[in-house]
Design a protein around this ligand. Structure first.
Ligand code: ADP
Ligand code: MG
Length: 271
């Protein structure tokens, strides 16, 4: 066991508890340095928060981790594997999936169909829509349905299975995006402002859903502005300001960190 840990340490430059590791991530958009030398990790079974003022680089960081944008510098590791430079599909297959800050669903398809389209990386027969329509793929299709139903259940949308996505409430559409991301059986999920547009009761339900993820073998990186949600669900919090990491610690440490209060917590109502 000690040998195994040592091997992984050598390969990833980190210990084996670390599932997702950002190392020296930087991103430049023309003249804008959106992210500068940011390093942190998400351990297995952990929920980590990524917070900071608007424009501090949170979404850019998620885009680099997920492979939606190429890095200017730095590396992303998942377990012992280097993700940097891999296409998004490959990153998803390796076990990382994400949701977006804006709601992205297929509005005319049902909740179940949305999730099944997100399942396509689990199946080898090519584009999801053709898999769904091929008689020879019936058994796979049944597995696909069962798996999609489990993903819907994890976000509390089991009863909405056959509802057209555009007729779901805004909060339910946000949850559907999480179910879609869960459909690829990720080891780690990145949630970019999942509570956007939610009222307090909906945020409470979301907090319960996020907190339950580690018990399903899913670690979480969550960006949020609602400090109540962040402080409630996170094991650790990473704080960005002007593209740089200014603090990292437990919720209690972050709440009392003067640099964080000056840059962020003291500047707006984070109820
Ligand atoms: P956050 O999610 O913390 O609000 P972002 O990561 O969206 O911050 O943005 C960080 C900085 O990078 C901002 O100055 C933003 O304007 C800039 N930025 C983000 N995405 C792009 C892009 N695609 N092209 C140019 N500039 C961008
Ligand atoms: Mg953002």
């Amino acid at each position: 066991m000690a040998d195994q840990v040592q091997v992984e340490t050598n390969r990833a430059g980190a210990d084996s508890r670390q599932l997702l590791r950002a190392s020296g991530l930087s991103k430049r958009f023309g003249g804008v340095q959106a992210l500068r030398d940011v390093s942190f990790s998400v351990d297995r079974g952990q929920i980590v928060g990524l917070i900071g003022p608007n424009g501090s680089g949170k979404s850019t960081c998620v885009n680099l981790l997920s492979g939606n944008l190429p890095v200017s510098a730095g590396e992303v590791w998942l377990g012992g594997e280097l993700l940097t430079g891999k296409p998004i599909d490959a990153v998803v297959v390796k076990g990382l999936s994400r949701t977006f800050q804006s709601t992205q669903i297929f509005p005319e398809d049902t909740a179940l169909e949305n999730v099944m389209l997100g399942c396509h990386t689990l199946f080898r027969q090519g584009p999801a829509k053709s898999v769904l329509r091929t008689a020879s793929a019936k058994r796979e299709n049944l597995e696909l349905v069962a798996h999609a139903e489990r993903s819907l259940a994890l976000v509390g949308l089991a009863e909405r299975r056959d509802q057209i996505a555009s007729t779901l409430s805004a909060a339910e559409q946000r949850l559907l995006m999480i179910a879609v991301a869960l459909a690829s059986k990720p080891e780690v999920i990145l949630l970019d402002e999942p509570a956007a547009g939610m009222v307090a009761s909906e945020r409470r339900a979301l907090a319960g859903i996020i907190r339950a993820m580690p018990s399903h073998g899913i670690s979480v990186l969550v960006i949020e502005h609602h400090m109540g949600l962040i402080m409630e669900v996170c094991d650790r919090i990473v704080v960005l300001n002007f593209g740089q990491k200014i603090a990292e610690g437990t919720p209690a440490e972050i709440r009392n960190n003067q640099a964080v209060i000056d840059a962020y917590l003291g500047h707006r109502d984070h109820a």
